[in-house]
Design a protein around this ligand. Structure first.
Ligand SMILES: NC(=O)c1ccc[n+]([C@@H]2O[C@H](COP(=O)([O-])OP(=O)(O)OC[C@H]3O[C@@H](n4cnc5c(N)ncnc54)[C@H](O)[C@@H]3O)[C@@H](O)[C@H]2O)c1
Ligand SMILES: N[C@H](CO)Cc1c[nH]c[nH+]1
Ligand SMILES: [Zn+2]
Length: 452
């Protein structure tokens, strides 16, 4: 029964199966956890083949392939001349965006910049008395390509992702920043997307999305010059393209379909938790939205709240598919077990909706970002708080971190030896080179020892 005492309408009753409650220790509970733990391990072979084909086409046919794919998936009448956004279109976009949106964007930019400035590492050096100079020189990459998701037909342009990708690139000092995002059916990008790009110092904007946009940034086409590093989140096609191209081009991290895992106790509001779960589930049918709680009562209340909320959700179909596929509610023995499972799943977002979240924090090992306390919805982090919302998914939080200024920087090592230092340490290098059987290495040092 819903909490207002009325019966659920038929439709909601039927959809009740979208939200599953299991005991964490039960067979279906364990099965769900095992599936989530393995979620990043294998790309379906058909999907990978499809993405490889796209990459090869763009490499071979350049702009022509971009236009073909864009016509097929996003904008039926797309022309090559529409690929690059012209400067006048950005001026026009400023006229279309309301002052309220502009000031919200500027607040987000300020907060994101303040957070990311703290990540800047500086160059340094030190010397050793015998005449050794060693150091590290920090340099930005010369160009970056930013992927901003748009959904099929550009229906859901993630304007906030412009801020999250472009601000760190600007803080790092990248001189050339190219942004790509899929156009809508009319071949347009949302005006707020263009304004956000201009506000964050993006230097080129292209209307192109999915795996073909990633290929264009990596290989270059007639219109789009290749870049040194690609950053930004995207759907499974974007994510697989980035994985396959890693090495040919720098890639930030595996930032695929969104994920939230909430650990909650009875202090949490069921309605708040339901909306937090749906906030990630509505991103993608492949999104993950999981609640872990020792309270059976809270579990049932969240399920009811979810079913009510789904009724009002415009992207209900997407969210339901995500809940059915990768979501649910698991009732754990205690908070300890909930934390253990959270660490094993390594979610993109971890919410600690418990009475004393800071007491649980020392036990968190794997997560992209942690939201402490029921008053801190994940959505704040998506838009305005300051930390980056481009975060590791599919278990990558075990080894990767949020998008940061570091992605756009390189640390170049510096070495200089004077003759005295060479005399002191050269012999050790010769011995190690000989042990490795590398004659030229040894000789390169020996000739200098003989005639410095
Ligand atoms: N991990 C993170 O940090 C993070 C941040 C923001 C968003 N996200 C995720 O990014 C994703 C955004 O996805 P989206 O769909 O909204 O935008 P998107 O731009 O990533 O994907 C849309 C593009 O994919 C194309 N596409 C659709 N079907 C295709 C197919 N069968 N083959 C190849 N291409 C196809 C569309 O035509 C369009 O060009 C979501 O999964 C969201 O959860 C993740
Ligand atoms: N939740 C997404 C990261 O998984 C980021 C985002 C952008 N806009 C809304 N949400
Ligand atoms: Zn989100």
């Amino acid at each position: 029964m819903p909490s207002n005492g009325k019966k659920f309408p038929e439709k909601v009753k039927k959809e009740g199966c979208a939200v599953r409650i299991f005991k964490a220790g039960s067979v279906p509970g364990k099965r769900l956890v095992e599936r989530l733990k393995r979620r990043g391990q294998k790309i379906p072979a058909r999907l990978e083949r499809g993405v490889r084909r796209i990459l090869a086409e763009v490499r071979r046919r350049g702009d022509e392939a971009l236009v073909d794919y864009t016509r097929r998936f996003d904008c039926p009448n797309f022309e090559v001349a529409q690929l690059r956004v012209r400067e006048e279109e950005i001026f026009e976009a400023y006229r279309e965006v309301s002052p309220e949106i502009l000031s919200a964007l500027r607040l987000a930019i300020r907060n994101v910049e303040e957070f990311h400035r703290r990540q800047l590492s500086s160059s340094w050096f030190y010397t050793r008395p015998e005449g050794v100079f060693l150091g590290q020189m920090v340099r930005p990459v010369s160009s970056a390509g930013l992927y901003v998701p748009g959904g099929a037909g550009g229906e859901t342009p993630l304007i906030s992702t412009v801020v999250m990708t472009a601000v760190p690139a600007r803080v790092a000092g990248v001189p050339r920043v190219a942004m790509v995002s899929p156009p809508n059916r009319e071949g347009r990008l949302h005006p707020a997307l263009l304004v956000a790009a201009a506000e964050c110092g993006v230097t080129e904007i292209y209307r192109v999305g999915s795996a073909w946009a990633i290929a264009a940034l990596a290989y270059g086409t007639e219109t789009i010059r290749s870049v040194s590093v690609i950053a930004g989140p995207g759907n499974i096609y974007v994510t697989v393209a980035k994985k396959l191209l890693y090495g040919e081009v720098g890639v930030d991290l595996v930032a695929g379909p969104s994920e939230v895992l909430i650990v909650a106790d009875e202090s949490a509001s069921a309605e708040h938790l339901a909306w937090d779960l749906l906030a990630q589930a509505e991103h993608d049918p492949l999104a993950t939205a999981l609640l872990l709680t020792p309270s059976g009562r809270l579990a049932r209340k969240v399920k009811e709240a979810l079913l009510r909320a789904l009724e009002r959700l415009p992207r209900r179909e997407i969210a339901e598919a995500a809940l059915k596929g990768q979501g649910g509610i698991l009732v754990t023995r205690d908070l300890e077990e909930a934390l253990e499972l959270a660490n094993a799943i390594a979610p993109e977002h971890l919410e600690l909706a418990v009475a004393d979240p800071f007491a649980l924090l020392p036990r968190v090992k794997n997560a992209g970002a942690v939201f402490l306390g029921g008053g801190t919805p994940e959505a704040l982090g998506d838009y305005v708080a300051g930390p980056n919302h481009v975060l590791p998914t599919m278990g990558a939080a075990r080894f990767a971190s949020a998008l940061s200024v570091e992605v756009f920087l390189r640390r170049i090592s510096l070495l200089s030896y004077g003759p005295e230092a060479l005399a002191w340490e050269g012999e050790a290098a010769v011995r190690l080179a000989e042990t490795e059987g590398l004659f030229a290495h040894a000789e390169a040092v020996r000739v200098r020892l003989k005639s410095p």
